[in-house]
Every structure is written in structure tokens, then in C-alpha cells.
Design a protein around this ligand. Structure first.
Ligand code: ZN
Length: 578
């Protein structure tokens, strides 16, 4: 067993994938969830525990735990191997330190980011960090919170980090690629963040990706500066605090989305969880996907100003497109989430959180505020504006209830308008989950599962299968042929090796068989499946013979017809005996 196999057999694929996808058990060995690699409404993504394998029956992605991590984190094989090895506490063998170019670059960049993060943290505690410390104190942050979130300070000079990176021997290309320093026209460098409070930003797996820096001087623009895009940091693919919050999101089945870093930190410090923040950008559909993988329920809690409301208004559509269940939480007295928590306390915040209304009430309030409420036509206009939004509520019952509630909320009389509203909302077309059509018979499914069940079972079964002529007519015949050929060549018949040798159509069949989860892989079950395969072979030969005999009789080829009739009788006698 090589190192890769050792890691693979030690790591729990459901645990790893479960950190990115909300998985539900569906059968003894199978888990299902929404595919993280394409947008879908009903789960067609399956994970098989014993086969250590995942497959999406909609978009076709499939593979093992390494392929999953490479794809979802956008990393190379080496990094996936390393992170999984770390996960199960296995030291990497020396020779594997030779990585590919991209992995090497990412490793160097990560090293530089970590160096910078440590430097920022030290600065914050030192004499130059006084102003930043004062700001944090004013915002009511405790030392343990500052430590938990790894906050720091970037020096004013513009050379501090540069000097450190030079001392550590990083070259110019690496420095430029890090985003930590900038190049002037004359080729010299200077620090990207200067005189700023620093928030480290992590990827979903918890690896440091980049930083955000808040200006401390009032005339410094922009107020928030994010790391430029690097090989480690793509701002539309990162959500602030997601790596800390994701477990809580799955547990609570809800995400609280806020605008600012300080909001996420303040709420978390006050015991309000799980909170994530958009990182100084507009919410992207990738970010929505990242949240949706953990929970489809979201509460937006943005600043109580026009900018916050406009952002919430824009995001609703994006969130509904991904079938998220959206609630909006509004805070009064012009307080942002962090301030609210500090002034009114966590309990008061929590109470408002639980009372957060469905997004359509919030939209109705906004639309109504823009109209003359006493004008009956205006009410209808508000209602019309809401139809397309209510139509997008995923659950039918919830949708119909919302339609009723909204009509009375807005003050529209029962009648024609309400009927129209109801009709528009009810006729929304429901997406139907299309289960993969079973292309395989029960006996071939069971035999395929049995081959991979245990090496002992496989040896005996493969010997026996050689004598079962009818597998040559199975839909899965090419899979069996591959298995028999591998056994013939003395190779160990393992799921991934067989899978790797197949064409895509056959890979799908194999995945279907393995993920069907209805196979009784016992000695009796296998014997019954072989008997059934044999019977089906005999059945096929019988009908073949009957057709052939009729033909021969029609053309007057009596001797041949007689010979085949003899064979047919022999088969039927044998069938009666068994
Ligand atoms: Zn998919």
C-alpha cells in the first residue's frame, strides 16, 4: 500500500466532504446532498462510505477524496494529499516533498502570508500599534477576541514587511505574487498595507488566504483595503469567518450574513453564531454556493442605512436564484449588528434574530414606503411587484401562505387581485428530481457490489463468473470484462482501478451499481444472483432457439430445425430438473 492509499484508507470521506456539503444518510453506506459543483435544487450528489467514492448523477463529477479536495479547493494533488495526511496525523514521507510548480508557489505564498500575519500581530502589541489598540478598545474588543481572530497592525513606514520578506530570502517574483508588497515603476517595492488595522482572511479549509486592512487615519481611502487577487486569494471565493462558522451553520441549519468584519467578530464574541461576512465585495454566486452547501437558510443582517438596505435588496435575487430561504433582520436606532449587541446585549439581539421576517415582508415594507399607502391602486401595484419574488419561494406551502399573508399585510381585499396573485404563485413549475434510470438488473448490481466487497469474495466470485456466459449480454458487460481481464493479468481488482479503466458511460453504470445500496452481499445473495444470471442466459438462449427454429421451418431446412429442436428440448429438460 503506498502512502496515498494509506491516507485514503485512514481518512473518512464522509467527514471530509461533509465539511463542504450538508450530507444526509440515505442507506447503510450512502450519503446524499446538493452537488457543490453545479447548481441544483434536489440532491443528486452521492457519497459511498465503503468505496470511498463520490458521484453526482446530474453533472457527472465523480472521484475519490483527493479529487474532491482538489476540485473544491482548487489545489493540486500534492496539497490535497498533504492536507488529508495532516488531518489523520500522518507525517508526509520525505520524497513526496518534491511537489509540482503550482503547489510549490502556493506553499511559498502561504509561508509569506503567515509570516506577515505574525508580523502584524506583533506590531499590534508593540508601541506602533497604540492607535489600532485604542480603536479596538473603543469598539469593545477583548484581548482574547483579538487573539482568536488574529487581528494585527500594518506599520506606517511602508517598509517593515518588505524588509522582513527580504531578510527571509524571498525573491522578487515571489514578493510580487504575494500581494503583500507592491512594485513601483523603478522596480523597488513597498508595503501594500500601511497604517491599517489588519484582519486575516481564511479560505473555507482554514488556510490563510489574504488580509483586509482598515484605515486608521480618517482621511485614508479606501476605508477598507483588501489583498489583491493572488494564487491564494480570490475575493469572490472567500467568505470572512466561514472556516470558523461552517460547523455551526450545519448544526444550526442557518447562516447569519453581515456586511462587516467587525460585525462578524463582535457577534461571534458575544456568542451569536454562526456569522459570516462578505469580504469587501458584492456577494457573488460562488459565495452563495459556499453557504448553501452548509445550509439553505440565511438571515441577512446589514447596516440600517440606505446602503445596507440596497445591498440586501440586491442580494435577495441572487440568494433566491440558489433557492436559499431568506430572512431579513432589521435593527433599530441606526445601530449596526456589532453596536446593537454591545448596547442592547446579546439576548436582545438574539430575540430580534428569532423574529427576523421572511424577505417578502421586508420588500413589501420598502415598496409600500415608496407608495401612497391610502391609494388602493398603489396597494395593487405593490402586490404586483411582489409576485415575482413570492413565486421564487422554494416550498409550495410556504409560498401559498406567504401569498395570503402578504395580501392582508398590504391590505388588498380578497377578490380578483388576490385570486390572480394566488394563481401566479401556485403555477410555479416544480423541479422534479430525476433519479438516474436504473439501467442495471438487480443481479448484475449485486454481483458488481460483491466483487468489491472483500478480496476473498472477489477471488471466488471471479472464478465462478468466468463460467457464466450470460454476463456477456449484461448492460454492464464491459465492466465485467474489465474485471475478468484484470484478474487474468494477476492485478488486484479494486474499485478505483476498475473505475479508472472504464469509459464514462460504464463509469456511470458502475457508480449506479455501487450507490444503489440495495445489494445483499452475503454468500446466499451472491449465489442467488449467479443463479439468476444463469437462468437469464438460458432464457435468452431458449427464445433465440425458438425464433431460429421457426425461421428454419419456414424455409424448409428440416435437418437443422430438428437439430435445434433437440437442443431446445435438452435445455428445457435441464431447466425442469434444476
Ligand atoms: Zn453535480
Amino acid at each position: 500500500m503506498d502512502f496515498k492509499d494509506q491516507v485514503k484508507s485512514s481518512v473518512d470521506i464522509v467527514g471530509v466532504i461533509g465539511e463542504y456539503v450538508r450530507l444526509k444518510k440515505s442507506g447503510s453506506q450512502r450519503y446524499v446532498g446538493l452537488c457543490p459543483f453545479h447548481s441544483e435544487k434536489t440532491p443528486s450528489f452521492s457519497v459511498h462510505v465503503a468505496r470511498q467514492f463520490y458521484k453526482c448523477f446530474s453533472c457527472g463529477v465523480a472521484g475519490d477524496v483527493f479529487e474532491f479536495l482538489m476540485k473544491i479547493e482548487g489545489v493540486g494533488f500534492f496539497e490535497a494529499l498533504k492536507s488529508l495526511a495532516e488531518r489523520c496525523g500522518m507525517p508526509m514521507p520525505k520524497r513526496s516533498l518534491v511537489a509540482d510548480e503550482d503547489s510549490k508557489l502556493r506553499a511559498v505564498l502561504l509561508q509569506m502570508q503567515e509570516l506577515a500575519a505574525a508580523n502584524f500581530r506583533t506590531n499590534l502589541q508593540g508601541p506602533s500599534g497604540a492607535e489600532a489598540r485604542a480603536y479596538l478598545e473603543k469598539r469593545g474588543l477583548r484581548p482574547e477576541t483579538i487573539e482568536q481572530f488574529g487581528l494585527g497592525y500594518a506599520e506606517r513606514s511602508g517598509r517593515a514587511l518588505l524588509r522582513l520578506l527580504e531578510q527571509q530570502g524571498f525573491d522578487k517574483t515571489q514578493m510580487e505574487a504575494s500581494g503583500l508588497v507592491r512594485k513601483r515603476d523603478d522596480g523597488t517595492f513597498y508595503d501594500y498595507f500601511r497604517n491599517r488595522l489588519i484582519f486575516p482572511i481564511h479560505g473555507e479549509s482554514g488556510k490563510l488566504a489574504g488580509f483586509a486592512g482598515r484605515a486608521l487615519a480618517p482621511d485614508d481611502n479606501p476605508k477598507y483595503l483588501n489583498s489583491p487577487e493572488t494564487r491564494l486569494y480570490q475575493k469572490s471565493h472567500v467568505l470572512y469567518n466561514l472556516h470558523r462558522a461552517k460547523e455551526g451553520i450545519r448544526k444550526e441549519d442557518r447562516t447569519i450574513l453581515v456586511e462587516g468584519y467587525m460585525d462578524a467578530i463582535g457577534l461571534t464574541a458575544a456568542g451569536i453564531q454562526p456569522v459570516v461576512a462578505v469580504c469587501g465585495t458584492s456577494l457573488s454566486s460562488q459565495q452563495v454556493q459556499m453557504m448553501k452547501r452548509h445550509s439553505q437558510r440565511i438571515v441577512l443582517n446589514f447596516d440600517p442605512d440606505a446602503a445596507g438596505a440596497n445591498a440586501a435588496g440586491r442580494y435577495i435575487n441572487l440568494l433566491l436564484d440558489e433557492r436559499m430561504q431568506v430572512r431579513i433582520m432589521e435593527l433599530d436606532a441606526g445601530l449596526d449588528p456589532d453596536e446593537y449587541c454591545q448596547e442592547r446585549g446579546a439576548a436582545a439581539y438574539r430575540e430580534r434574530l428569532e423574529k427576523a421576517k421572511g424577505f417578502f415582508y421586508w420588500v413589501a415594507d420598502r415598496a409600500r414606503a415608496a407608495q401612497d399607502a391610502n391609494d388602493p391602486d398603489a396597494r395593487v401595484a405593490v402586490l404586483r411587484q411582489l409576485v415575482p419574488l413570492v413565486e421564487r419561494i422554494p416550498d409550495k406551502l410556504e409560498r401559498m401562505t406567504a401569498a395570503e399573508d402578504l395580501a392582508s399585510y398590504i391590505g388588498v381585499e380578497r377578490g380578483v387581485v388576490l385570486d390572480q396573485f394566488r394563481k401566479a404563485v401556485a403555477t410555479r413549475r416544480e423541479a422534479v428530481f430525476e433519479r438516474p434510470k436504473a439501467a442495471l438488473r438487480a443481479d448484475e448490481r449485486l454481483l458488481l457490489n460483491a466483487v468489491f466487497h472483500s478480496p476473498e469474495m472477489a477471488d471466488e466470485l471471479i472464478r465462478e463468473l468466468k463460467g457464466v456466459e450470460s454476463i456477456g449480454h449484461f448492460a454492464s458487460r464491459r465492466i465485467f470484462q474489465t474485471i475478468l481481464a484484470m484478474a487474468e493479468a494477476g492485478a488486484e481488482v479494486r474499485f478505483e482501478e476498475v473505475h479508472a479503466r472504464l469509459e464514462e458511460a460504464d463509469q456511470n453504470l458502475l457508480a449506479e451499481a455501487v450507490l444503489a445500496d440495495d445489494a445483499d452481499v452475503s454468500a446466499e445473495g451472491v449465489a442467488a444472483a449467479i443463479a439468476s444470471a444463469r437462468r437469464s442466459g438460458i432464457e435468452r438462449r431458449r427464445s433465440e432457439l425458438k425464433v431460429r427454429i421457426k425461421e428454419l421451418e419456414r424455409t424448409g431446412n428440416w435437418p437443422e430445425a430438428l437439430r435445434l429442436t433437440g437442443e431446445l428440448q435438452e435445455i428445457e429438460r435441464a431447466a425442469r430438473r434444476s
